[in-house]
Write a protein that binds this ligand. Structure first.
Ligand SMILES: [Zn+2]
Length: 503
């Protein structure tokens, strides 16, 4: 006698939640590795993480699980939430099964090798030490794209891993728009008198930086009973459930911008994780929609709210209390302008809100060519420098500040970069909609009332988990597809205020 759908669904959630227990336990180890682990712990930690990863992978690709999920996908009497979970789990399962265990192992081995080669190449400031390993990685990624399958472009298969349904066909017009519109904006900004950001580079001691960061996070609505913040070399957010979300930040006593913006940025990621439905723990609807949507949350808080004039009307007098000497001669106006200074630079992670998208576009163009084979990895530095000069008017003097700056390729993460630009664009479009939906949002922000915005995000984005794709979510929230013009309009408005020019 066939088992009923209820029993099947219970078996399914039990199995998936056990796999999630393992994955979240790895996340705890991963978080510790980046924050508190002493150096000698590295060797066994890598081993522990590998063991847990393979245990979870085995569970989620087993024939037993496959049979269960197929059977459940035919069950007639599931509710909408259950159906969504099962549909997404089946997609994940089928995708995972397309890769043979031998391939997964080879990719994992190559990732370690490639990462080590990248570290060594950076140390020596010499791309040629990284090139052979990267070539092997690219060959594997091409193979992976073939295994996954694609309709139009092999890069689509890789993009899908980070941003479901994103394609070259969808992204090309977005990046072409950047190519056409951004230079016009930048030219006008360049012709205007430059704003100073000197006020960020005074001496800002560690403790008050930390304390103010915590104040900001609390005001944003981050729940410290369900999360915490610690130090790490590279800021990141991770979570072990929606009730335990970890943020990290770094402090530079001579560059206050470093901690302040990373704190707000990671805070935005953290609020999303805390807002995912707790009752869907370990199931697709309990996880984030996509990397692009995740990034839309961090950038909405960092750029649309954090770097807005309105927010500093509320926060600046408080900030001055933390740093009375450092900021006594700086007005809120000057601070706001300094927060939004635009200047072409070589390092992506330090770029301003506008030129940032050239950094992403350059990587996107290069990745497409690497995956199709149009670009030989050994010619990468020349290509990189050529594109930087073409779009940003500057070229790196060495590999470290050029082609070797990001870790992504050494991890085999091809198709990841475009999600940063998508995130900014979704953020601008969501924030535009929030201003329509929430009465006097800007005035509220200027009084430090951030709860209405958080509640709006909870309702429109967070509570849905993975139920909708990015595009569906955008359509549902704003009534239209992703429209890059929303970003350009948002930018024109902001830089009109910062540079006093007509854009
Ligand atoms: Zn982010």
């Amino acid at each position: 006698m066939p088992r009923n759908s209820n029993q099947l669904y219970t078996d399914y959630t039990t199995l998936l939640q056990k796999a999630a227990d393992i994955n979240y336990a790895s996340a705890v180890l991963g978080w510790d590795q980046e924050t508190y682990m002493p150096p000698k712990g590295a060797e066994y930690r890598a081993r522990q993480l590998a063991t847990l990863a393979s245990m979870a992978h085995e569970m989620l690709t087993s024939d037993k699980y496959g049979k269960l999920i197929h059977e459940l996908s035919q069950a007639p009497d599931l509710n909408d939430t259950e159906k969504s979970n099962v549909r997404l789990s089946l997609e994940d399962y089928e995708r995972n099964r397309k890769l043979t265990p031998e391939f997964v192992e080879e990719l994992s081995r190559q990732t370690s090798e490639c990462f080590n080669a990248w570290i060594a190449a950076r140390k020596q400031n010499d791309f040629s030490l990284f090139a052979p390993s990267l070539s092997k990685m690219i060959a594997l990624k091409r193979q992976q794209a073939e295994m996954y399958g694609y309709k139009a472009h092999p890069y689509d298969a890789l993009l899908d891993e980070y941003e479901k349904d994103a394609t070259v066909e969808m992204l090309d017009p977005i990046f072409n728009g950047i190519k056409q519109q951004l230079p016009v904006l930048l030219k006008k900004i360049k012709e205007a008198p430059q704003v100073s950001n000197e006020c960020f580079h005074r001496n800002f001691p560690k403790e008050p930086q930390w304390a103010f960061g915590i104040d900001v996070l609390k005001q944003m609505g981050f729940d410290f009973e369900a999360g915490r913040q610690d130090y790490s070399e590279h800021p990141f957010t991770t979570s072990f459930s929606s009730t335990d979300v970890r943020l990290t930040t770094r402090v530079d006593e001579h560059n206050y911008a470093s901690m302040l913006w990373s704190c707000v940025h990671e805070g935005g990621h953290g609020l999303y994780e805390q807002g995912l439905p707790e009752e869907q723990y370990g199931l697709p609807l309990g996880s984030a929609a996509s990397l692009g949507i995740h990034e839309s949350q961090s950038r909405l808080w960092e750029n649309c709210v954090g770097r807005s004039h309105d927010l500093w009307k509320f926060f600046y007098p408080k900030l001055q209390k933390y740093f009375p000497d450092q900021l006594k001669d700086i007005t809120a106006e000057t601070f706001f302008k300094a927060s939004n200074r635009v200047e072409p630079s070589l390092i992506r992670t330090e770029a301003d809100e506008l030129t940032y998208h050239f950094h992403v576009m350059i990587r996107y163009e290069i990745e497409k060519e690497l995956i199709t084979g149009a670009l030989d990895p050994k010619d990468l530095p020349a290509k990189w420098n050529e594109l930087y000069y073409k779009y940003l008017g500057i070229a790196p003097k060495d590999d470290k500040t050029g082609v070797l700056q990001d870790v992504h390729w050494s991890h085999g993460s091809f198709g990841y970069f475009p999600t940063y630009t998508l995130g900014s664009f979704y953020a601008a479009q969501f924030f535009d909609q929030a201003q329509k939906d929430i009465k006097d949002l800007k005035e509220k922000i200027s009084r430090g009332e951030l709860t209405p915005l958080l509640e709006w995000l909870r309702d429109k984005v967070h509570k849905h988990g993975r139920r909708y794709t990015s595009e569906e979510l955008c359509q549902q929230i704003t009534g239209q597809k992703l429209d890059p013009q929303k970003f350009f309009r948002y930018a024109a408005e902001k830089y009109r205020e910062v540079y006093g020019i007509d854009l």
